[in-house]
Design a protein around this ligand. Structure first.
Ligand code: ZN
Length: 236
């Protein structure tokens, strides 16, 4: 059993192999935890030569609340010099996606949780930001980054046997209020939105269906709630 108090705290924090440097409490009860990784080298992202360690710089990263207290990490990130004189990358910062993706200001676990809250449970970005104690953009950037991967995953659609199409006026755009339409594609049996495509013609829904597995294409019972059903007869 581990008895070293610092190591106990590192394990409880659950961020993998990190060094816990210090903890402070803000007057509002939120916590600041300073960490670093023990990493002493990392390959250059451009040329893959081993980088030479340089100074550390702090980056603030929002994490999941711990015991209902908002938690922010100060991550003392190592910088490295690329020793390859022919390389255009002179220096770079350590990267540890298991803690936090390079371009986000949320930890990996907080970004996954936030994406679930917004994408699955329909919470607003601002309410999730309030709960974690960060700004709107921090949450929105994470939801877009993680959500796009999920949306682009072809297996997310699953087995659909009853397809519904519904055109909607999305926005009136510009000086002349040009009408921009979209068509919603829904699983009408399970009653949930699968996708949205631009326009209100049959072209985009047909393209969408053609990207589905052939076995699925034959199974669709196309129903619609608008006026483009007849245009889709050719694909049935
Ligand atoms: Zn390099």
């Amino acid at each position: 059993m581990i008895t070293d108090p610092t190591r106990i705290a590192e394990i409880l924090l659950g961020l993998g192999v990190i060094n816990l440097l210090g903890v402070s409490e803000n007057p509002d009860g939120s916590l600041i935890v300073m960490i670093e990784t023990p990493k002493t080298t990392q390959v250059c992202p451009r040329c893959a030569w081993a980088g030479k360690p340089k100074e550390r710089r702090s980056q603030v990263v929002t994490d999941l609340a711990i015991c209902k207290r908002q938690l922010h990490l100060i991550w003392r990130k190592r910088r490295f010099l690329c020793p390859n004189t022919a390389c255009l990358t002179k220096s770079f910062t350590e990267d540890e996606p298991a803690i936090a993706p390079r371009r986000l200001r949320l930890t990996n676990r907080a970004a996954k949780w936030a994406t679930l809250q917004v994408g699955k449970y329909g919470r607003s970005v601002s309410s999730v930001a309030d709960e974690l104690g960060c700004d709107w953009h921090t949450i929105n950037d994470a939801v877009v980054a993680y959500g796009e991967v999920l949306v682009d995953d072809p297996s997310r659609i699953g087995e659909v046997i009853s397809l519904g199409l519904d055109e909607s006026l999305f926005v009136k755009q510009g000086e002349f209020r040009q009408q921009i339409w979209t068509t919603s594609i829904v699983d009408s049996k399970e009653s949930y939105l699968l996708d949205m495509v631009p326009g209100r013609s049959s072209k985009e829904p047909i393209e969408w269906i053609k990207k589905r597995p052939k076995s699925q294409e034959r199974c669709y019972q196309v129903r619609n709630y608008g006026s483009i059903w007849s245009l889709l007869q050719g694909i049935r």
